[in-house]
Design a protein around this ligand. Structure first.
Ligand code: MN3
Length: 199
């Protein structure tokens, strides 16, 4: 299988002014595309060619000798999930329903969930990802380092890319401003709701 760069769910300029067209161009067409191209090179002629992206991530995770394949496959997956975790009409209130009820049950309030996401994203040392997941039936915020995958968790609802390449052109070293802007204006609660209610 030759993997292809997944389509962005909006135009490259759609997240501006919060995330600029320039950031998306580098992030999507250089970083994300780069992971896909490298992955395709690395699996060429191997038995992994017949696997899905998720299978490759799961199969290579345990083997240090396959670390490069794992890193590129996982980054390919994580970025597609990230693009969908953002929306030009994101931020704002969580629509009423089962997901919002679960947020209030497990965090006390929507504001507390945002505080937890921000705290996790800021305390991630170096590159990585912050995730909203379901574990043992409860919503939970976690972070993963570098390319590390959340696959295998009960359910994955949202992610924020906290690699510097995600924000440096727009926010320089101010990761907190990038995170706050996502939470205020871009976070795609409807994507979380879809993932939460998927059976
Ligand atoms: Mn990235």
């Amino acid at each position: 299988m030759v993997f292809e760069l997944s389509k962005l769910p909006y135009e490259e300029k759609a997240l501006a002014p919060y995330i600029s067209e320039e950031t998306i161009q580098f992030h999507y067409k250089k970083h994300h595309a780069g992971y896909i191209n490298t992955l395709n090179e690395l699996i060429k002629g191997t038995n992994l060619e017949t696997h899905s992206l998720e299978e490759i991530i799961k199969v290579t995770e345990k083997y240090p000798s396959q670390k490069s394949i794992y890193n590129n496959a996982s980054q390919a997956w994580n970025h597609t999930f990230y693009w969908h975790s953002l929306s030009p009409v994101g931020g704002g209130e969580i629509p009423p329903g089962d997901f919002k009820d679960a947020v209030i049950r497990d965090f006390g309030s929507v504001d507390n969930l945002k505080i937890e996401l921000k705290k996790a994203a800021l305390s991630q040392f170096g590159s990585g990802w912050t995730w909203l997941i379901v574990e043992k039936g409860r919503l939970k915020v976690i972070s993963t380092s570098n390319a590390q995958s959340p696959l295998g968790k009960e359910r994955i609802l949202l992610t924020i890319d906290v690699w510097e390449h995600a924000y440096y052109l727009d926010y320089q070293n101010k990761r907190a401003d990038y995170i706050q802007t996502i939470l205020d204006h871009l976070i795609n609660w409807n994507f979380a709701i879809e993932n939460f209610s998927r059976s």
